[in-house]
Design a protein around this ligand. Structure first.
Ligand SMILES: C[S@@+](CC[C@H](N)C(=O)[O-])C[C@H]1O[C@@H](n2cnc3c(N)ncnc32)[C@H](O)[C@@H]1O
Length: 419
């Protein structure tokens, strides 16, 4: 039986741990309460903002005894903005937290007792994101607060690359002076040629006055997509990673932290010791990054990806990098994997946050590759999926990479070998 807490009531609490999303954890009258931006061992006064069946959420109103690990955030919006959630602790402590959260997920969800390696740090802790999606409300632009629809109006995001902030300020100037029904704007930066892609979604198809303004005022603007149509440029920007060039259009996935992405792919390739005779399957292949990078080490790679634009990009990417031993299949992994006729030696699998479909895992086990390299941005679903593989495979290594500094998120490589 859980205890009771009252909405809007103030309580003084002792934070005993951090949960998966780095919220502080405490108990009031036996009710578990999560406190965003509180740290372990802190005593804080909180106001209860939300009560659910089995837990409540509290907001810090006063820090009575701060943790020695607490840092003053450099971001002026940090109190309200939901864009990042671990700016109040040093990078070293954040890396320890991320390693620990992977260990916990493996133990609790996967029943797997395996110590991950230390987290590979990111080259940059700030200004690392090459893609940011902003929400708009009339003449305001920014991010919703954590768990709310209240927009924090911002003119600079510390997570975003400098070019994205420069573009944000131009857009901000436009929306301050012009009525509009724009709801979201995504800005991507391509590191190959310092180019900007802007993807605008508006409730009003005639909201196109902004196009003239941004094409005139953003000097490195390469392409604009407005309500799903390419209205300026040819619809993509280019990224360089691991010595190869990748065209990346608006709907195609590309890792958000370009330098950490290189470290991720390097570590993934190194750990599995590929051979020139290997035939590789790359599931959830996006713009073909892993497919193309792996191709130079093996006989053949087959990529499977559901987003049509990403597959079109991937085919071009193979061509511009002079890679001839890859094939891309556009479709749902679950439906396409079953049709694979080649004898597969290694599977790379890099699914979205929800992880791999249970039936797909069953087919992967029927294919029975010698090695599996599972790349994941969600330790919880990764732990679940690994637990379905450990009857046939041994987990050799878990290598976390800090793709998302100053947030609670972490990327992770699991390397498995057939028993
Ligand atoms: C985390 S991204 C990985 C992309 C790529 N491996 C990379 O490193 O850039 C996951 C990809 O899975 C794709 N995807 C999601 N569901 C899928 C499905 N059911 N079948 C095939 N691809 C899917 C997404 O479009 C996205 O490109």
């Amino acid at each position: 039986m859980v205890g009771t807490v009252k909405i809007d009531e103030i309580y003084e609490v002792n934070i005993t741990a951090l949960e998966n999303d780095a919220k502080g954890v405490c108990k009031i009258n036996k009710m578990v309460v999560f406190v965003p931006k509180a740290l372990k061992d802190e005593i804080v006064k909180i106001r209860i903002t939300e009560i659910k069946k089995n837990f409540a959420i509290g907001k810090i109103v006063e820090i009575i005894k701060p943790s020695q690990k607490r840092l003053q955030s450099k971001c002026p919006y940090y109190g309200e903005c939901g864009g990042c959630n671990l700016r109040h602790q040093s990078t070293d402590e954040n890396l320890k937290f991320k390693k620990e959260k992977i260990t916990t997920a493996l133990k609790r969800i996967g029943k797997i007792d395996k110590e991950p390696e230390d987290v590979i740090p990111s080259l940059k802790d700030d200004n690392y994101r090459n893609k940011v999606s902003f929400k708009l409300e009339n003449n305001r632009i920014g991010f919703y607060g954590l768990g709310t629809y209240q927009l924090t109006d911002i003119d600079n995001c510390l997570l975003a690359e400098k070019s994205i902030n420069d573009a944000l300020r131009v857009i901000r100037k436009y929306i301050l002076d012009n009525e509009n029904k724009i709801k979201t704007i995504t800005i991507k930066h391509g590191n190959a040629l310092d180019e900007i892609l802007i993807d605008i979604y508006s409730l009003d198809d005639n909201d196109v006055k902004i196009l003239n303004y941004i094409t005139t005022n953003i000097s490195n603007l390469k392409t604009v997509i407005f309500n799903d149509k390419i209205v300026y440029g040819n619809g993509y920007i280019s990224q360089i990673s691991n010595g190869l060039m990748f065209n990346c259009s608006s709907k195609s996935f590309f890792q958000v932290n370009s330098s950490a992405c290189e470290k991720l792919y390097d570590a993934a390739i190194k750990v599995c010791n590929l051979s020139k005779e290997d035939v590789v399957l790359d599931l959830y292949s996006g713009t073909g990054t892993i497919t193309c990078i792996v191709a130079n080490h093996v006989k053949k790679v087959i990529g499977i990806e559901i987003v049509k634009d990403a597959v079109l990009d991937a085919k071009v990417n193979a061509k511009i990098n002079n890679i001839n031993n890859v094939t891309f299949i556009c479709g749902d992994v679950l439906k396409e994997i079953i049709k694979i006729k080649d004898k597969i030696d290694v599977i790379f699998v890099d699914p979205p946050r929800k992880g791999i479909d249970r039936k797909t895992i069953a087919i992967m086990k029927r294919i029975l590759p010698k090695k599996i390299v599972y790349i994941s941005c969600n330790p919880v679903t990764m732990a679940r999926d690994l637990s379905y593989l450990t009857d046939l495979y041994t987990i050799k290594k878990i290598i976390p990479v800090d793709m998302f500094p100053n947030t609670s998120h972490v990327e992770c490589i699991s390397f498995l070998k057939l028993k």
